[in-house]
Design a protein around this ligand. Structure first.
Ligand code: MG
Length: 357
């Protein structure tokens, strides 16, 4: 089986409600969808998400793809490419290997070639991954936040993550109270500050939440990435909750977080090879992991195959419209599709509808 041609799509999906956190607000998704076609008629699909700004035109995307990727893929077997490890350095041109859409499409092809769902290819035995509802609510009114929480609860989740980090701590406390109000107290409640605070502010806020009666399962990204000393201090001093970080950084920085005792739950939110390598390293440190949002929730295959993945994030986003059968969530668990590859076949009507030149 060899790769013979490709198709690129440029999509723009408007969001019914804005998503955001203490730092950003997004009203639409800009997506790149890559299809790699093989000589036996099999197609593998990969995705790239660009937040906050439009991707370049389809003609420019094609030109960049031809220039930087296509020569390495053309006439090659997918298994060979998906398994390749390259030097992670390279002076002015950087290092590393495959961009995310290419890597995802290659693994999709590998799964299809083996007639196996990806979580099985990656060694997983069970398709269930414990999941939490993620409200991405910072830019929502109290009323819309309440509706979102109700939906999370109605979908059967017993774990939820909300945004904190408002300049007014009373805002944070009010929203946390709404979570208990809608979902009850018998839940795992995570909060995400998206780098809003200093170390001291984090300690103040987390103690205030606790004093107000909120039990926080983890605090995510409270301070700036790269402040390993600060994260290590938080891991030591916040004995009543867990520190989750790693979402915004690559493999080397994740390694540093682990080496410096600067993370309690390592957030994996990256390419397949990086995620698997980082999870392996985290397991060696005895540190559990979590899966952040991945496009069309295909990270479920990673979550189902990695050691000690505590939770997978589910944000219920409009992107699931382009899948014929989105990943299923039931009773607080994500279920990895049992179809070959990642199992996300495209809805052609939606693809056409959201396509941009
Ligand atoms: Mg986050």
């Amino acid at each position: 089986m060899k790769i013979t041609s490709y198709t690129l799509h440029r999509l723009n999906i408007p969001l019914p409600l804005p998503i955001g956190d203490s730092q950003v607000r997004f009203d639409e998704h800009w997506l790149t969808v890559l299809e790699l076609h093989c000589d036996n008629g099999t197609t593998g699909v990969g995705f790239g998400l660009q937040q906050g700004k439009p991707t370049c035109s389809l003609a420019d995307l094609k030109m960049q793809f031809e220039y930087s990727c296509w020569n390495a893929l053309k006439d090659q077997p997918p298994l060979h490419l998906a398994q390749r490890i390259t030097r992670p350095r390279g002076g002015n041109v950087g290092g590393g290997y495959l961009i995310l859409p290419v890597e995802t499409a290659l693994w999709d092809l590998v799964g299809k070639q083996l007639e196996m769902p990806l979580y099985r290819v990656f060694g997983g035995e069970h398709r269930e991954v414990r999941a939490y509802g993620s409200t991405l609510d910072f830019r929502l009114s109290d009323e819309d936040f309440r509706k979102k929480l109700q939906r999370v609860s109605d979908c059967g989740f017993r774990a939820v993550k909300t945004k904190v980090g408002h300049t007014d701590i009373q805002w944070d406390l009010r929203r946390l109270a709404m979570v208990y109000d809608v979902m009850g107290k018998d839940i795992d409640l995570m909060v995400d500050a998206n780098e809003a605070w200093s170390v001291k502010e984090t300690l103040i806020r987390m103690n205030r939440y606790r004093d107000a009666g909120f039990e926080i399962f983890w605090i995510e990204d409270p301070i700036t990435r790269g402040d390993y000393e600060g994260y290590a201090r938080l891991c030591t001093e916040l004995t009543f909750t867990r520190v989750n970080t790693g979402e915004y950084v690559g493999f080397s920085e994740k390694r540093q977080l682990l080496e410096r005792g600067a993370v309690d739950v390592l957030n994996l939110h990256d390419a397949i090879h990086v995620t698997r390598a980082a999870a392996h390293l985290a397991a060696d440190y005895g540190i559990p992991t979590s899966m952040g949002n991945t496009f069309l929730e295909i990270g479920v295959h990673l979550g189902a195959s990695l050691p000690e993945c505590l939770y997978m994030e589910f944000s219920d986003l409009a992107w699931n419209e382009i899948a014929q059968e989105p990943v299923e969530f039931r009773d607080g668990f994500a279920l990895a599709p049992d179809r070959p590859g990642h199992g996300m076949e495209l809805n052609q009507d939606k693809l056409t509808f959201y396509s941009k030149p």
